[in-house]
Design a protein around this ligand. Structure first.
Ligand code: AMP
Ligand code: GLY
Length: 426
């Protein structure tokens, strides 16, 4: 099978890495890929959807996998499907689940799926009146895509009103904030739950926990994610069952009933409050860095999972996972997430220790390869060190041993990934 992967992050690298281990895969292209994906396949510098579909046709690509949300929201799946090409991801209509928070909240309300109490509005007076009815903190969200930055958790009513005012005036997030959602704050613990969907059927992956803040103990600014682990023991059978019955099934049935069956990754941002999963948000693609931990846990061939999902055939798939844990530690550049940093050469020590070599790997993200063949850290999140093990503590220890083998000027990472479940472990 020939596979084209759209995207350039650690997420796409990890999907590519899983496909290199799959005997059914012959050739992999990345568009555009990063400085390290060229070691897994071939990078191509094409971004126009029509030109990508031409490429897929000419090269006999059997399956295209879309990593990030932007091309999905912009309709890359529709363009490929019009041409009769097989592509894994939701159509633009279905991608509204991520592209518009108002669409998502109204969809959840229409289908009785548990979510925080909210209003959507384009009027400041309405926002202010609702803010006054909520206890603090209050959550204010821009409607459109803001690269994960369009959510303000305001600790006072005045701060919430100011955030609503800035968004609605277009000063905070431009057009993405011309309409907003104001909602109640949910106090619980967060999970990332991923269902691979084919429009009707789905496979739920092991639940993960991300670490969104830059610094240890969940301090500092929000980031794209500084590390994750899976599966998390914070999800018991009762939560999986509730997710299934109250969230995933009604979502797929609702999307189908509304004429936009959902194919692709349904990424459910969940807050568990008093043992009940409540939907914070949907994304329509893999989380990054969660994907980097989930791909190595996949025992079944990755091409089977994605191809069967893309062709509506998941009912005929038996997807298996290793009975293991994965911990991923994001190693970021010096000034992440504030500004870009000067390129820095990455040196990875030779790993002579068999245990480490066997149970760890790197997923590369913000890197470029210079003419001399060396890798340079150029992006915000540079790479993810992933450790595997039969306990979370073991996987975590291996991931951090690998972090110690990686060097570049300004390297930073959290040192407490998976702390939620390892508080008492050494
Ligand atoms: P979102 O992009 O909607 O997931 O929001 C980003 C982050 O803000 C989430 O991962 C949560 O940590 C937090 N958040 C969003 N909505 C709420 C809420 N209603 N209550 C508490 N935290 C929230
Ligand atoms: N790690 C969270 C995200 O990708 O949105």
């Amino acid at each position: 099978m020939n596979i084209l992967i759209l995207g350039s992050g650690g997420r796409e690298y990890s999907i590519g890495l899983a496909l290199t281990r799959d005997p059914d895969v012959d050739k992999i292209w990345f568009a555009p890929g990063n400085g390290a994906t060229d070691a897994l396949g071939e990078n191509i510098a094409i971004s126009d959807f029509g030109a990508l579909a031409d490429f897929a046709e000419e090269q006999g690509v059997d399956l295209t996998i879309v990593g990030p949300e932007a091309p999905l929201v912009d309709g890359v799946v529709d363009r490929f499907q019009e041409r009769g090409l097989t592509i894994f991801g939701p159509t633009a209509a279905a991608a509204q689940l991520e592209g518009s928070k108002i669409f998502m909240k109204n969809f959840l309300a229409r289908h009785n799926i548990p979510t925080a109490r909210y209003i959507e509005t384009g009027l400041l007076e309405e926002a202010e009146a609702f803010i006054d009815t909520l206890p603090t903190p209050v959550v204010v969200k821009a409607d459109g895509l803001c690269g994960g930055k369009g959510v303000i958790i305001a600790s006072t009513h005045n701060e919430a009103k100011q955030a609503a005012k800035d968004m609605l005036a277009g000063t905070a997030f431009g057009d993405a904030g011309m309409k907003i959602v104001v909602e109640e704050y949910l106090d619980g613990y967060e999970l990332s739950v991923f269902a691979i969907c084919d429009g009707k059927d789905y496979v739920v992956l092991p639940a993960a926990q991300d670490h969104k803040r830059l610094l240890n103990d969940d301090q500092g600014p929000n980031t794209g994610g500084m590390g994750a682990y899976a599966p998390t023991p914070l999800v018991n059978d009762s939560i999986y069952r509730q997710l299934d019955e109250t969230v995933i099934r009604p979502t797929l049935a609702g999307m189908e009933a509304e004429g936009m069956p959902f194919t692709g990754v349904l990424f459910i941002g969940v807050m568990v409050v008093d043992g009940k999963p409540i939907v914070l948000e949907y994304n329509v693609r893999f989380g990054d860095p969660e994907c980097e931990e989930l791909m190595p846990l996949l025992k079944s061939p990755a091409s089977e999972l994605f191809y069967k999902a893309a062709t509506g055939d998941l009912a005929n798939a038996t997807i298996e996972f290793y009975d293991q844990y994965a911990v991923g530690v994001v190693v970021a550049s010096k000034d992440y997430p504030y500004k870009s940093s000067a390129p820095a050469e990455i040196i990875v020590d030779d790993i002579h220790h068999d245990d480490l070599a066997e149970h760890t790997h790197i997923s590369y993200a913000g890197v470029t390869r210079e003419r001399d063949g060396k890798l340079y850290a150029t992006g915000g999140r540079v790479l993810v060190c992933v450790g595997m093990g039969d306990s979370i503590a073991k996987a975590r220890d291996r991931a951090y041993m690998l972090v110690g083998q990686v060097h570049f000027v300004g390297k930073q990472c959290r040192t407490d990934i998976a702390y939620q479940v390892l508080k008492d472990a050494v």
